[in-house]
Write a new protein. Structure first.
Length: 180
C-alpha cells in the first residue's frame, strides 16, 4: 500500500502530531486514534471475552453492536463499541470478537479505530485466512481521513498500514498514492 519513503514520512508525521496539536489552542484531547493514549482493553487478545462487557470501553459504557462478517464465511463476528468513547466525528474503538474453532467462547481479537470499517476482498490464499479490514478515522471537519489497514495475525488484529487522505466534494477519497 505504501512505498518505504512514504511510510517513513507518515510515521514521522504521526509521531509529531501530538506535539504539533499541543501547540494550538484546541480544547479536544485527541484528533486521531494514536495522538493520545490508546485505550487499554479489559482483556488480552485471544482471551475468552463477553462482547457486552469486554474490550476497550470507558467507566460507564453504553455498548453499541455493529456485527459484521469480517472473515467472509457468511456468519457475522461480534463488533461492539462504547458510544461514550466515540468522538463527535463518529470515530469509535470497535472491539472485535471471534468464535473459537471448537465452538466454545468468543475470543477478543482487538479494537479497530475508525468511523467506518471496510472488510477488504478475501485473498485467494486458502481457507482460514482472514482478509484485511480498512478503518477510516475522520480527522475533523470532514475533509481529511486517516485510513488504517488492519491484518488478522495469530488470533487478533494488528495495524499494518496507514495513509492520510482528503475527502473530495463528490465524496471520493484522494490519497497521496493516487495517480489521478
Amino acid at each position: 500500500m505504501s512505498s518505504r519513503p512514504l511510510a517513513l514520512a507518515l510515521a514521522l508525521a504521526l509521531a509529531l502530531l501530538p506535539l504539533l496539536s499541543a501547540c494550538g489552542s484546541r480544547s479536544k484531547a485527541a484528533t486521531t486514534p494514536h495522538s493520545a493514549q490508546v485505550p487499554i482493553p479489559t482483556v488480552r487478545v485471544g482471551d475468552c471475552a463477553a462482547p457486552e462487557r469486554d474490550g476497550v470501553h470507558g467507566d460507564a459504557p453504553r455498548m453499541r453492536r455493529a456485527d459484521r462478517d469480517l472473515d467472509g464465511d457468511g456468519t457475522p463476528e461480534a463488533v461492539v463499541a462504547d458510544e461514550t468513547m466515540c468522538t463527535a466525528d463518529g470515530n469509535c474503538y470497535w472491539n472485535v470478537f471471534v468464535r473459537s474453532d471448537d465452538g466454545g467462547c468468543e475470543r477478543y481479537a482487538g479494537a479497530l479505530a475508525g468511523a467506518v470499517l471496510e472488510p477488504l476482498a478475501a485473498m485467494a490464499t486458502g481457507a482460514g485466512v482472514w482478509p484485511p479490514v480498512r478503518a477510516y478515522w475522520n480527522l475533523g471537519g470532514g475533509k481529511r481521513v486517516l485510513v488504517q489497514e488492519y491484518q488478522f495475525r495469530r488470533g487478533g488484529y494488528v495495524l499494518s498500514d496507514t495513509l492520510v487522505c482528503r475527502r473530495e466534494p463528490d465524496d471520493r477519497l484522494q490519497c497521496t498514492e493516487d495517480t489521478r
